[in-house]
Design a protein around this ligand. Structure first.
Ligand code: SF4
Length: 329
């Protein structure tokens, strides 16, 4: 299996046909692809830390960190570098191979906070972890600076389909997302981009979002599939929980159309039983976020010991990075 075998011209009809296959057939097909392209007994453990929380000027209607919604989330300024590095070390000691730092910003500004992020990236990279950031929109030169500091991946989710985007966010456009992803690629940083399901979107929207990802010139190396984490005080707080089979179908479709990518079972895991998560792994998910704080950014998430026990129960193991060297500048 190699990159030349990947397809980048999926039609909407092809994706819909995959998504709507009889469930057992779909999971079997996705599991087969998973076994051809990935190590099926390995799950990457990633730790996500909110390094700057809340007070965001954007209006993403699912997000408790948007300043305009009245949520219980406490605003927290950028954490000191030493604090972040101590969290990264703990994450590594607990079995994580990837450490993601998130800041609730609309975009990166060229100021002292960005200088501090650069120091954090250097420090985490030196620990031999894959270091990832999600900081909002980036210019080409900012992406370049992050790459030079050793950034391995940048997360910038498409969130939902281009067609549904304006229903969920009005303070930026779908094209802004693509633009930042372009800057990340150009700088030579790997791309982490996926979306959220359960926002009130249609199946067509889900498929359209996956198609946007799968038809990129290079597939994102990492594709997080989130179930909406309903945060009280946000416009989407009262939506029903997404059906687990919709989650399984979305993961399976992502696995089939982007076989070489890591498919990350991300937000919403706290509401899933071990059996439901097992279905997601069977459908091709091979990464989870965990952490000592038992939160995923600002929403509840299973803790690391619970997750390790689950992996053991399912005969899975934490992926170990093969000779991860600190990224050279
Ligand atoms: S998702 Fe990100 S950009 Fe949107 S409101 Fe939340 S922190 Fe801001």
């Amino acid at each position: 299996m190699n990159e030349n075998m990947l397809k980048h011209d999926w039609t909407k009809e092809e994706l819909l046909a995959i998504y709507n296959r009889p469930l057992m057939q779909l999971v079997f097909d996705a599991a087969t692809v998973h076994r051809q392209w990935q190590k099926p007994d390995e799950v990457q453990i990633s730790t996500l830390l909110s390094v700057k929380t809340g007070g965001c000027p954007e209006d993403c209607s699912y997000c408790g960190q948007a300043a305009r919604y009245h949520t219980d989330i406490k605003v927290q300024a950028l954490l000191p570098t030493e604090t972040v590095l101590a969290h990264a070390q703990k994450a590594k000691d607990a079995g994580s191979s990837r450490f993601c730092m998130a800041a609730a910003w609309r975009e990166v500004r060229d100021n002292r906070d960005f200088d501090r992020i650069i120091d954090m990236v250097k420090g985490v990279n030196e620990m031999g972890l894959e270091v990832c950031c999600t900081l909002g929109m980036l210019t080409e030169s900012q992406a370049q600076r992050l790459q030079e500091a050793g950034l391995y991946a940048y997360n910038h989710n498409l969130d939902t389909s281009e067609e549904f985007y304006d229903e969920i966010i009005s303070t930026r456009k779908f094209d802004n997302r693509l633009e930042t992803i372009k800057h990340v690629r150009k700088a030579g940083i790997t791309v982490c981009s996926g979306g959220i399901i359960g926002l009130g979107e249609t199946i067509d929207d889900r498929v359209s979002m996956l198609r946007s990802l799968a038809n990129m010139e290079k597939h994102p190396e990492s594709v997080p599939i989130n179930a909406l984490a309903r945060v009280a005080g946000t416009p989407l707080a009262d939506l029903p929980r997404i059906d687990i089979w919709e989650m399984v179908r979305t993961i399976a479709t992502a696995r089939i159309v982007m076989p070489a990518s890591m498919v990350r079972l991300s937000a919403g895991r706290i509401e899933m039983s071990e059996v439901e998560q097992a279905w997601c792994f069977m459908a091709g998910a091979n990464s989870i976020f965990t952490g000592e704080r038992q939160t995923l950014l600002v929403t509840p998430n299973p803790g690391v010991s619970e997750d390790m026990q689950m992996l053991k129960n399912l005969g899975l193991k934490a992926m170990v990075l093969e000779k991860k060297e600190a990224c050279a500048n």
